[in-house]
Design a protein around this ligand. Structure first.
Ligand code: ATP
Ligand code: MG
Length: 159
C-alpha cells in the first residue's frame, strides 16, 4: 500500500502499571493526538500465580473475585494517573486476564491495531536486560509495528 494511503487510526498501549508505563503512555498519547488516532490502554491481569495457588487447594480462594478486585484497583489507578491527562484524545481502557503476552496479542489482533506501544521492561526490571520477556514476545508475535519505549533514564539521556 502506498505510504500516502496508510493510516494509524488505532494505537494500543500495553500498560503493566510499572514505572515503564508512564513513558509508554506518554508516547502513545502524543502519537494518538498527532495522528488523530484512538488510544486503547490495555492491562492484563496475570493469572499465573492464581493457577499456582489453585494447585495447593488454598481454602476460600475465589479466583473470579480476586480478578474482579484487581481489575477495580487497576482501573482506579489508570483513571487517576492517565485518563486525567487525555488531552482530548479518545481513550478506552481494556482489561484482560491470563498470560500477558498471549492476551495482548489476541486483543491486538481482534481490535485491528495499527500500532502497539510497549515498555522495554516492566515490574521485574532486571538490570542489564534489554527487553523483558513480554516485550520480546510482543515484538515477535504482533501483527503490526511495535514501538518499544525505554525507561525514564533513557529519556533523559536522549535530551
Ligand atoms: N500484564 C501486562 N499487561 C499489559 N502489558 C504488559 C503486561 N506485562 C508486561 N506488559 C508490557 O510489556 C512491557 C515489558 O514488560 P515485561 O513484563 O516484558 O518486563 P519485566 O517485567 O521487566 O520482565 P519479565 O516480566 O519478563 O520478568 C511492559 O512495559 C508493558 O508494556
Ligand atoms: Mg513483567
Amino acid at each position: 500500500m502506498p505510504a500516502d494511503q496508510m493510516e494509524i487510526k488505532k494505537i494500543v498501549a500495553a500498560i503493566d502499571l510499572s514505572k515503564y508505563s508512564e513513558d509508554t503512555f506518554l508516547h502513545a498519547l502524543m502519537l494518538a493526538r498527532a495522528l488523530g488516532a484512538k488510544l486503547v490502554l490495555l492491562n492484563v491481569i496475570d493469572t499465573r500465580y492464581l493457577d499456582t495457588l489453585a494447585q495447593y487447594d488454598v481454602e476460600g480462594l475465589d479466583r473470579d473475585k480476586i480478578i474482579r478486585e484487581t481489575v477495580d484497583a487497576h482501573r482506579e489507578s489508570i483513571e487517576k494517573d492517565y485518563l486525567t491527562r487525555s488531552q482530548g484524545v479518545d481513550i478506552e481502557v481494556m482489561f484482560k486476564h491470563g498470560l500477558p503476552w498471549e492476551e495482548v496479542i489476541h486483543a491486538v489482533k481482534e481490535m485491528g491495531t495499527d500500532l502497539l506501544v510497549v515498555g522495554s521492561k516492566g515490574h521485574s526490571d532486571v538490570a542489564g536486560v534489554l527487553f523483558g520477556s513480554v516485550a520480546e514476545k510482543l515484538q515477535r508475535h504482533a501483527p503490526c509495528p511495535v514501538l518499544v519505549v525505554r525507561g525514564p533514564e533513557h529519556m533523559r539521556a536522549a535530551k
